[in-house]
Design a binder for this molecule. Sequence first.
Ligand SMILES: [Zn+2]
Length: 401
Amino acid sequence: MLTALTKNGETLCLGHEHKKESLVSLRSKEEFFCPICGESLLLKLGDHRIFHFAHKRGRTCREFYDHESIYHLDGKRQLYQWLIKQNIPAVLEYFDKEIQQRPDIMFKFKGKKYALEYQCSPIPEEVFSKRTRTYLENEYIPLWIIASSHLQQQRRDIDNLTNFHYLFLRSSSLDTFFIPSYCPEKQHFHLVESITPFSIKNAFTQHSFYSPDRLEITRLLAPKPQKSIYMSKWKIEMDRVIQNMIRYPDQGKKRFLLELYNNCLNPFLLPPEIGLPVPHSILIQTSPVIWQTYVYLDLLANKNPGDYITIQEMKQHLNRRVARHKVVIRHLPQLRHLNPLLAIIEYFLYLTKLGILSKMGETCFQVKQKIWIPHSNRERDENMVRFNQKHGSLCKIINEN
Ligand SMILES: [Zn+2]
């Protein structure tokens, strides 16, 4: 750990810069105690590890702090310095007795209290969720930052993101979704932004890197607006999802394909209006091409121009599909306030832009024209060309605003 109390009860925080000689001399005449359990601490001043304290005895604290890696110790120290340099009141290794939790750093910004957790080792999802929930219930804003070593970009703009990565997902007021990370070795923030998933594990992303003095806290909490994706690139990935489904069908995929065939739909001949990117689709683990096919089957296929679709119907459709495990909601502990129904509303707004629907007030849409289903590869390709000519090659991510 990086903080200790002296005999007089003063705090010595190694998060600040200290010269080794002055610490060596202090160590010869001072005793150090753990601010949390009160046990006595050793001040370790090795050449290879960063300066830190270690418990002589005691259990819980030892288990918690004395196995921290250099990477973690150094990371939380650098993050602490980053906050202090911006004149943000922060406490390193803060222990909240009431909730019995120890965020790496507690800080206050714009009247709000934050619990910063710098996570270097994988932890079980339940532990992550429980800690996050406790913070939220006790007026903290949790700010989980993943160690940059966990992030590796697959292709230039595509990432493989696991459930563990998604635990770190945050959103900004602009409806952008991002994962913050930090690397103490390279001394930079590493932001994964514009995350637009197209399957359970794969997503379009954008990576940016900032040295701590070039990134302010506001930028970390609210990154750039979502970047547009090329429709052609997006559609290639949608086709790939379908191809993989047919090549490696598991039980769930078989049920999806069976439902398509029962409704006389060919998975290779889906229209361009099915499988569009919308920002809140990130709340749904099921690929957009699958959940939007279900939306089509449940809410659109049997409607004619002039018919209405209410938000209430959308809600019922989603609940039913989730209850039957046909649509899986992503587990996002830091974004529990967001409703996956938003994705369906955004999809309907997208269809409104495409001239399929029109919006009638706040809670209703009206069908303007039916989605045309191609019956051959030739029809499909011609349809796609028409679609691109009409709507441009960039698929603008559409949100409610
Ligand atoms: Zn202790």
